[in-house]
Ligand binder design. Sequence first.
Ligand code: HEM
Length: 488
Amino acid sequence: WLKVKSSKIPDGLKRPPGPKPLPIIGNLLDLGRMPHQSLKTMSQTYGDVFQIQIGMRPVVVLSNYDIVRQALLKQGDDFAGRPDLYSFQFVSNGKSIAFSHDHHGVWKPRRKLAQNALRTFSFVQKQDSRYSSVLEQYICEEGDYLVKKIVDIMKSKGSFDPFRYIVVSVTNIICAMCFGQRYSHDDEELLSFVNLSEQFGAVAGNGNPADFIPILRFLPNPAMRKFVDINARFNKFVERIVKDHYRTFDKNNIRDITDSLIEHCQDKKVDENSNIQISDDKIISIVNDLFGAGFDTVTSSMSWALLYLSLYPEIQKKIHEEIDMNVDKQHGPRLSDKSNLPYVEAFILEMLRHSSFVPFTIPHCTTKDTSLNGLYIPKNTCIFINQWQINHDPNHWKDPSSFSPERFLEDGGTSINRALAEKVMIFGMGKRRCIGESIARAEIFLFLTVLLQHLEFYSLPSKPIDLTPKYGLILRHDRFHLGAALRT
Ligand code: HEM
């Protein structure tokens, strides 16, 4: 970043405007407890492209849909990097596709490998003719199991903690794809890190002080200690499964993503297009990324969905009616029912927009000197992209703070306004766009319809629902308990 500071501004361009930084800490204090909201307020003074300084490091913040499209789509290569942040070295032992700085130019072929592996083990392969894909089968079976589990817990305890049970069901989907196995809802080792994932997000969120102010790494920092611990536990868990896969590997029977990555190491190490060699451990560690990214995000979205459903019973009633009219009760929902369930889809879009539970993308970084809106942005500048602000921009969204699935409906409620749906920004955009998006959307849709076909959720009078989240990579509300009744 010292290189960033010293570069000269080319003629005709200006430095991005921004608040004056304090010595050593820069604008850290201005970020406050809710950086997505503080940065929105700042953008009202400085515009859609502005610069803050966290510690000594300049960070450019992008706050508007059109600017973000310009940067991530039209100038995609310039903005496709990841900054070299301190905390990111602990994720996947510093070999993460999502978080690591691409020192060796292998991010692109690894990303492609990951996308291919996901596709092969989700939408393509069929095992059972009742389902269109293995992914559909996994989600429907796991969803049925979850209904039974919730009914049992309701019988014995009278309420349930949605996150605690959904997290295992969602983890089982990504585990089935990555490792060919599912876990019990009481598996101690699995629970020991999936249940603690908030400690990951608390540190990995944009603006973590220890990433920007080196001295903080040497002072006692409980959040950072927990972050390192949870990453180590996670990596150990995956390492053991990978070792087992190597031991039982049979190239005539590729069971799951881990096997397909082992096969790739043995057969075709060279990427066909770029001729870049990827080391074996960088191939195998792709599974850490897929597993890590695949459970917490989807669980959080389901948990937010149940919260909104309990808060707005009239919306839940409309969903129940739509499912009852359009989904075969014996057969249960399938992905192909989506086109007949526009209200369910509108609800999901509104849940993603309103919660904006991934408030920023993972930080980006410029790969060369570039400019945006006449403002000069040197190579290696850290870039924050405020998804939350884009989803609450009053120029694009009427009454953005109200929760209204109807905003996405057209033709008398029978179809979705696709142009508006595209504007919900929660998976990023362009070259770094989430590679699990279609799997995530399938999971959210199917889990929700399976649950709502059988259950009605309600809040408990003793525990009023509070939507105020805690900030992190993922916005989380406090863990809460709900009631659920079996529908007849
Ligand atoms: C990256 C959101 C589910 C795998 C991302 C990014 C976002 C995101 C915002 C960063 C984009 C950027 O930096 O510009 C979400 C949300 C999900 C979800 C909201 C669920 C509702 C998943 C799933 C998987 C996955 C299920 C895997 C099965 C990844 C990977 C990356 C990524 C590997 C890194 C891509 C790269 O840096 O090239 N996701 N994600 N995500 N996601 Fe997801």
